[in-house]
Write a protein that binds this ligand. Structure first.
Ligand code: SF4
Length: 698
């Protein structure tokens, strides 16, 4: 790899991976970049193995170092920037002229800085004039975003600082495994009694006081059962209900029939454990209900999260200091990514793209007519499924995402990507999606750029530059500027300086739900802890201190009350039968992140978990003729993936588990179901029906 050139000797910044955004000190000396954890509140001096090894991403041997353009021979070949950007803009212009603006799509990522996410949304709507933009957060916490907005009027992953969790006596974790996905979070949970809901006995479940192990796809029934017991065991907070909520009666009407024995029949969770869970929550002075991907990645993910929020409301937790409900957002900037305009249905400031007032406000900031702004576009999977089809996009620009591995039916998505007239990928490594591209644009990464990120508690953080990027590598902001100008936009509309973009972003979010207008780089650099909303106040007043805790006085609905949701259980889209007798569920491991495009390139991480595996109960394995370490095919109605067998006696005998971090024929998403949650458009990653068979070693 190259020897990185330091801009300075050291800097304070944050880990590039997950939404905990652990604070770090980066140092460069004698040609080596090293990282040390800082005592930032979310990590308090801790880091996980991904954070410790992050510097090796900076000079990974497979780093993209110049633009690549696919030539007539079908091969990607190095090019210069002018040629690459000319190729992209010429082809976009041609496709747009022939098929209209919606023939060009954009797909963003939850790892982009706030500045990049904002400018990408503006680029799509203004420079391309397309409605076809979405981002990979759709596959992450979109169900919690919909349910949280419906309940509280606004969704912020944690509407309180992470450190508040340290005071809790009981914490219910529904479908979250932070001991592997964000280990430093566990130090905030160590004083609480944990109740973990997960079909697997994860590392988090091992540390829990109580582990409820439902059949995959039945979490909603379990949440309704816990609400039922909260009422029948006399734990309902009636004063809170009367003062701060509406809609309990309708929710109760649905939960009424979910008596404990019925819940046990459907979920497999014994009545005694259900009862113990509600009493642990009900007896606590301070308690939290937290959801993760396990509750959210279902065709009924929104309703499942809504049912857990109902449970928290029934216990009187949200909006009380030291108690509450929250969603553990996964990606580094999943929070900022979803509120700054990358989503198909959103404009910056967490504004709806169909709201006339919001459209007028954003159009004014962008200097265009409101009617020139496109309407809502397709959600992530709908977008991929439409690529190259009649009426679907014929070109796609992908920033910071790897849908060839992360999307359900990834074989079909790969075919669709390959069928496009133009696929452009901006990334710093040759991801599986980049390998399919017509043009690959090499971009800067975390320690080579300035900007801001918004972590899982809605706190805006500074990402700082330590090193110069390799000479032929550019920021995504430069790329958007270069393309916009070639497409006829005035250059000043697409600034390349992060500070300048942030200044515009502040104006765009002013008055929105996620208001950043009072936040400046200078305030962040001075060490202020600024959680949105943080509105700009008149100069005569002291600056707004930000809002670490939302909802203490009122929820964000016009009447100030939280809304119960009336939801009912339904089976997963696919249930087991003779042909596919097992449930497959997918998830993550400590040593890998997302599709592994980055972490598979870090030697220590790759050695820890180098290949796809499938966890299976020994009895189930024996019935299938499988032993530990065998290679197995896991087959669903849609496809087949190959993985190494890991026996795990703590797993349910009806369930197998596969991590989704691996490419090729080991992609877990070759078997997952494309059915979508009707509200959030989240695919059902967490449950599909499969069988498992031995295969001979190659
Ligand atoms: Fe990085 Fe998340 Fe690990 Fe912290 S927990 S070091 S932010 S990956």
């Amino acid at each position: 790899g190259r020897i990185p050139v330091p801009d300075r000797q050291s800097t304070a910044t944050h880990c590039p991976y997950c939404a905990l955004q652990c604070g770090t000190h980066l140092r460069h000396s004698d040609g080596v970049t090293t990282v040390q954890p800082s005592d930032f509140p979310t990590n308090q001096g801790g880091l996980c193995t991904k954070g410790w090894t992050a510097p090796s991403l900076l000079d990974t041997a497979s780093r993209l170092r110049s633009p690549l353009v696919r030539g007539p021979d079908g091969e990607l070949a190095p090019s210069d920037w002018d040629t690459a950007l000319d190729v992209v803009s010429d082809r976009i212009a041609r496709i747009r002229d022939e098929h209209g603006p919606d023939a060009v799509g954009v797909f963003g990522g939850g790892g982009l800085t706030n500045e990049k996410a904002y400018l990408l949304g503006k680029f799509a709507r203004v420079a391309l004039g397309t409605s076809q933009i979405d981002y990979n957060g759709r596959f992450c916490m979109s169900s919690a975003a919909v349910a949280g907005t419906a309940a509280f009027g606004v969704d912020r992953g944690l509407p309180f600082p992470v450190t508040d969790l340290g005071q809790a006596e009981t914490i219910l974790l529904a479908g979250a495994n932070p001991a592997e996905t964000m280990p430093p979070l566990m130090r905030h949970l160590s004083r609480a009694k944990l109740i973990v809901i997960d079909p697997r006995r994860t590392r988090t479940a091992e540390s829990a006081a109580l582990h409820l192990q439902p059949v995959p796809g039945t979490d909603l029934a379990l949440a309704l059962g816990l609400l039922h017991l909260t009422v029948t065991e006399g734990l309902l907070d009636k004063d809170y209900l009367a003062e701060r909520t509406t809609g309990f009666e309708d929710a109760w009407e649905r939960a009424l029939s979910w008596w404990p024995e019925r819940v046990e029949r459907v979920t497999g969770v014994p009545v005694a454990e259900q009862r113990e869970a509600v009493h642990m929550l009900g007896a606590a002075e301070r308690a939290y209900v937290l959801t993760g991907r396990g509750a959210e990645q279902h065709s009924k993910g929104t309703d499942t999260v809504a049912a857990f929020i109902d449970l928290a409301l029934a216990l009187g937790l949200p909006g009380r200091e030291g108690s509450g409900y929250g969603c553990l957002t996964g990606q580094s900037n999943g929070q900022g990514g979803r509120e700054l305009g990358q989503k198909a249905d959103q404009l910056p400031g967490y504004r709806s793209i169909t709201d006339p007032e919001a459209r007028a406000r954003i159009a004014e900031v962008w200097g265009v007519a409101p009617e020139a702004l496109p309407g809502p576009g397709r959600s992530a999977y709908e977008l991929f499924d439409a690529l190259g089809t009649a009426g679907g996009p014929r070109a796609l620009l992908v920033f910071d995402s790897n849908p060839a591995v992360s999307a359900p039916r990834s074989d079909r998505v790969t075919e669709r990507l390959a069928s496009l007239d133009l696929l452009v990928v901006a990334d710093f490594v040759p991801s599986e999606t980049a390998q399919l591209a017509d043009v690959v644009l090499p971009v800067t990464q975390w320690a080579e750029e300035e900007g801001t990120m918004t972590n899982l508690e809605g706190r805006v953080l500074r990402r700082r530059r330590l090193l110069s990027p390799p000479p032929e590598v550019r920021s995504d902001l430069d790329i958007l500027h270069g393309l916009a100008v070639r497409l006829g936009e005035p250059g000043h509309r697409f600034p390349t300086e992060p500070r300048e973009v942030f200044a515009e972003l502040r104006r765009a979010t002013m008055g929105g739900k996620a208001d950043y207008s009072g936040i400046t780089y200078d305030r962040l650099d001075a060490g202020e802890a600024l959680h949105w909303p943080c509105p700009l106040l008149p100069e005569s007043r002291a600056p707004h201190p930000g809002t670490p805790r939302l909802f203490l006085d009122r929820f964000a609905h016009p009447d100030g009350r939280a809304r119960f949701a009336a939801v009912d259980h339904r089976a997963p889209a696919e249930t087991t039968d003779d042909a596919y007798p097992l449930y497959a569920t997918t998830g993550r491991v400590l040593a890998q992140y997302q599709t592994g495009a980055q972490t598979r390139r870090v030697p220590e991480l790759n050695e820890a978990v180098p290949e796809p595996f499938v966890e299976i109960h020994p009895d189930t394995a024996e019935r299938a003729g499988l032993r530990h370490d065998d290679r197995a095919a896991v087959i669903s109605a849609r496809g087949r993936t190959v993985a190494r067998v890991r026996l795990d006696g703590s797993l349910r005998t009806d369930t197998v588990f596969l991590p989704f971090h691996f490419p090729g024929d080991g992609r877990a998403n070759l078997i997952t179901n494309t059915v979508l949650d009707p509200q959030s458009k989240m695919p059902e990653f967490k449950v599909c029906a499969v069988r498992i068979e031995p295969i001979s070693e190659p």
